[in-house]
Design a protein around this ligand. Structure first.
Ligand code: ZN
Length: 466
């Protein structure tokens, strides 16, 4: 029902990451419906320190000069000059390649690759075929540090292609039309060999925190005014998914306001296994997950994180249309509020609000939404405090109650004060400098109550309903 996993960054170090999920069941008149509501995966926005050179750092060029000091300087100068020329030539090839992407010129793109390997050429053809389908306003490459002999990939490329092969970390800056004015950054590791007067790409590996869908499988891109769906391989989304997502985007804007991109990128992998592969899940079990929202940024302070809602095709197959709507509303609200970006925001407020909004106007009754919480309360186990980050651990056996208790607290604020009051509390908390006291200060400033008072009223309300 719940689980944890560790995701590896591209440098092989692993960082603990959790996702929160639950499966809920209720009995309708004629059918048993399984509904899955899922929380965002908090992900590291930036790669671990030290895993890549600082932005703008010059490529490192290892030069050994086995000659006497009197001639070392001129030789070193010549080698440095050669390294600079090589780097310029490689940058030129990347510029041609970038132009081929934005101009959707498959042949020009493939001409920048070394085509003796059928496997590599096939993958490059798949990549450009996928990119041709995307509404790319921008696609640029920037060399971001040369990998020397300490990199196993660089050594392997040299063994395969000779000692002249060069391997670089590369930043791809791309922008999808209509998804904001600033590009996002994706990381790649690329290798090049000299061929005639130019250089050719011999290896092109996606090395970001999550894998890019266009590198993994053939895509069908389905675009609406506010939803970009990337359907992978044999995935078959339900015909209504686009409409449901679009309605959820509009509903989020009505609820939250218009200060977000008001568009959402949705990736639909062909299988749960492919989802795990895209998320670099290292064999994690995603079976209780219907969808999740992530945000990834790899560049500098000006880079916009890529917000993506990932659908688990197996999880979505288990839930009905209402369940899918609730899940999409929950996840897309996380995108709008910035919850997918790693932060220490109080989770009872974050998840409670996403749950509240997910279920809002759904017709699902309190007894169903908070079944576990009410059952525990009837057994004398009334919660004593609002759910904390620890309670949302996938290892928590009472994870359901963390979501239900959070939903109850948020719903209590809406019923006692108003929905606008809830949003004021949320936005006030987002603006607080210290996440540890953010909710308490926001409650005091917006509602004139503190956390202890809210907790007492929340407990009384649950007890009264049980
Ligand atoms: Zn959530």
């Amino acid at each position: 029902m719940s689980e944890s996993f560790a995701q590896s960054a591209h440098d092989g170090k692993s960082a603990p990451t959790h996702f929160y999920s639950r499966i809920r069941f209720w009995f309708g008149l004629a059918t048993v419906i399984a509904l899955l509501a899922v929380a965002a995966v908090p992900t590291l926005l930036l790669l671990p320190a030290g895993s890549k050179p600082a932005p703008g750092a010059p490529p490192s060029v290892a030069i050994t000069i086995p000659v006497s000091p009197t001639v070392a300087a001129p030789v070193a100068g010549l080698l440095a000059e050669q390294a600079r020329r090589d780097q310029n030539a490689i940058s030129q090839v990347l510029s041609i390649r970038a132009n081929a992407v934005t101009a959707k010129q498959t042949d020009a793109f493939l001409q920048t690759t070394e085509q003796s390997s059928v496997d590599f050429t096939t993958k490059q053809l798949r990549l450009i075929t996928n990119l041709n389908q995307l509404p790319l306003e921008q696609w640029d490459y920037e060399l971001d540090g040369k990998l020397d002999g300490t990199s196993s990939l660089a050594r392997q490329v040299r063994r395969t292609f000779g000692s002249n092969a060069q391997t670089y970390q590369v930043k791809v800056r791309y922008a999808l039309t209509g998804f904001g004015d600033k590009p996002t950054v994706a990381l790649r590791t690329m290798s090049f060999i000299p061929q005639g007067q130019t250089w050719k790409v011999v290896s092109d590996i996606d090395s970001g925190r999550f894998r890019q869908p266009w590198d993994e499988n053939y895509l069908s891109v389905v675009q609406g005014p506010d939803v970009l769906m990337m359907v992978m391989g044999s995935a078959k989304p339900t015909p209504s998914l686009m409409q449901q997502a679009s309605q959820a985007v509009a509903a989020v804007t009505t609820f939250w306001g218009s200060d977000w991109q008001r568009k959402v990128e949705i990736v639909i992998p062909a299988s749960q296994r492919e989802l795990g592969n895209l998320l670099r899940g290292n064999g994690a079990d995603y079976s209780s997950l219907a969808a999740l929202a992530t945000a990834e940024g790899n560049g500098g302070p000006d880079d916009v994180p890529t917000n993506v809602v990932w659908v688990n095709p197996s999880g979505f197959a288990k839930i009905n249309s209402l369940g899918r709507t609730i899940v999409l509303r929950h996840e897309i609200l996380h995108v709008a509020t910035g919850a997918a970006i790693p932060n220490d925001f109080p989770l009872w407020l974050e998840e409670g609000t996403a749950e509240y909004f997910g279920y809002k106007d759904s017709g699902v009754k309190q007894d169903v939404i908070a079944a576990n919480l009410l059952q525990a309360t009837r057994s004398g186990q009334v919660p004593t405090r609002l759910p904390t980050t620890k309670d949302f651990s996938p290892l928590n056996g009472q994870l359901d109650q963390a979501y239900e208790g959070s939903w109850w607290a948020v719903r209590y604020i809406v019923q006692t004060y108003s929905e606008q009051a809830l949003l004021r509390v949320y936005r006030n908390a987002l603006g607080q400098a210290d996440p540890a006291t953010a909710a308490d200060r926001a409650l005091r400033e917006e509602l004139g109550i503190d956390t202890a008072q809210l907790t007492a009223a929340w407990r009384a309300s649950i007890k009264a309903a049980a």
